[in-house]
Design a protein around this ligand. Structure first.
Ligand code: SAM
Ligand code: SF4
Length: 334
């Protein structure tokens, strides 16, 4: 099925990938992501299940073929699995892939339901295999649940890809082990540089670890060869000869990846952000709650294509400097 009116921005980039945040809340408090006393949105501001569904259908009608549900933590939203089931019915009918990004604390409970609804691959965020380090990063002692969740997902037949934020002085010495562990179980792993999104208690500068330095250190232990693998996303990949596995690098700060950007993001309140690193926004909740939601939604998507910027404006804040963007990753949907 081809969309009759696809989403193409002013730089001729075809947008086919939506990351939809279904909730801003989370059961963890990863120190680089949000403060301990994070202010969450009043429930009334968050889109209802029906609105999320309608919104998604509007995007699929305009050529979105890949849909990732995220948050906050998507699996703490109570009616989340109903949304997954409803969207799963669009697979093969416009939608090619339905996936989610999760911290996996509740994955053991939902893995089978996700697989039954048509989800084939998920991304799990895992920064460490050490329980004390996990509790330090996430400020909750939940590594056992996460590992159980990953095991359940694999048992349910889901392909699991791990995302690891590289943190100087916290998990940098463990990155080799994480890669070995992931690859031994057939999981791909992607390293991410910490991004300056939203205020947190700590100075992110203190833990910013440029991935070019990590790559050099990895190359002293493993044989890395550039991989032609591309997902249309920001990651660049290498193959690791010793493990036979694939390793990704997402480097928003040391390498700009915007040229081939095919994605947009919608927050749990229906704010469409055409760029993760920009302030541009279109209010799709207003469109959904207007007299003619279909027309207003489509007009909102046209507007988003007009304002999608050429590239993001991140820079790692210098010590003590405010983040580039006030919005947290958990708000935008990472
Ligand atoms: N709660 C889910 C999870 O952690 O997978 C989904 C949402 S979370 C915001 C998505 C991803 O964003 C996670 O992999 C997390 O590590 C990453 N993230 C959050 N804040 C970040 C930041 N400031 N810089 C880089 N990555 C960040
Ligand atoms: Fe929650 Fe994900 Fe942010 Fe961690 S990174 S606090 S799991 S939303």
């Amino acid at each position: 099925m081809t969309a009759s009116n696809p989403l193409i921005d002013q730089f001729a980039r075809r947008v086919s990938y939506l990351r939809l945040s279904v909730i801003d809340r989370c059961d963890l408090r990863c120190a680089y992501c949000m403060p301990e006393r994070m202010t969450f949105l009043p429930k009334a501001e968050v889109l209802t299940l029906e609105e999320l569904h309608k919104l998604s259908l509007g995007f699929i009608a305009r050529g979105i073929t890949k849909l990732r549900l995220t948050g906050g933590e998507p699996l703490v939203r109570r009616d989340m699995i109903e949304l997954v089931r409803a969207l799963g019915r669009k697979l093969g009918h416009g939608l090619e892939e339905l996936t989610l990004t999760t911290n996996a604390t509740r994955l053991a409970e939902f893995a089978d339901d996700l697989a039954a609804a048509g989800v084939r691959r998920i991304n799990v965020s895992l920064d460490t295999l050490d329980r004390a380090t996990f509790a330090r990063i996430a400020r909750r002692d939940m590594l056992p649940q996460v590992l159980e969740g990953i095991a359940a997902a694999k048992a349910a037949g889901l392909a699991v890809k791990l995302n690891t934020v590289a943190l100087k002085g916290i998990n940098e010495d463990e990155i080799h082990d994480l890669i070995g562990w992931a690859h031994a179980q057939g999981m791909e792993l992607t390293l991410i540089e910490v991004m300056p999104l939203g205020e947190v208690e700590q100075d992110r500068f203190d833990h910013y670890l440029p991935l070019d330095a990590v790559r050099e250190s990895l190359a002293r232990r493993w044989t890395l060869s550039p991989s032609g693998h591309r997902t249309g996303g920001p990651a660049r990949y290498v193959d690791v000869a010793e493990t036979g596995g694939r390793l990704g690098f997402i480097t928003p700060l040391t390498y700009n990846f915007c040229e081939g950007c095919n994605r947009i993001r919608v927050t749990a309140t229906g704010q469409l952000h055409p760029c993760l690193g920009g302030t541009e926004a279109v209010d799709l909740r207003a469109a959904l709650r207007s007299a003619d939601p279909d027309a207003a939604l489509s007009a909102g998507l046209d507007e988003a294509m007009r304002i999608k910027p050429a590239r993001h404006a991140f820079a790692i804040e210098r010590r003590g400097e405010a983040p580039t963007l006030a919005r947290h990753m958990s708000t935008t949907g990472g």
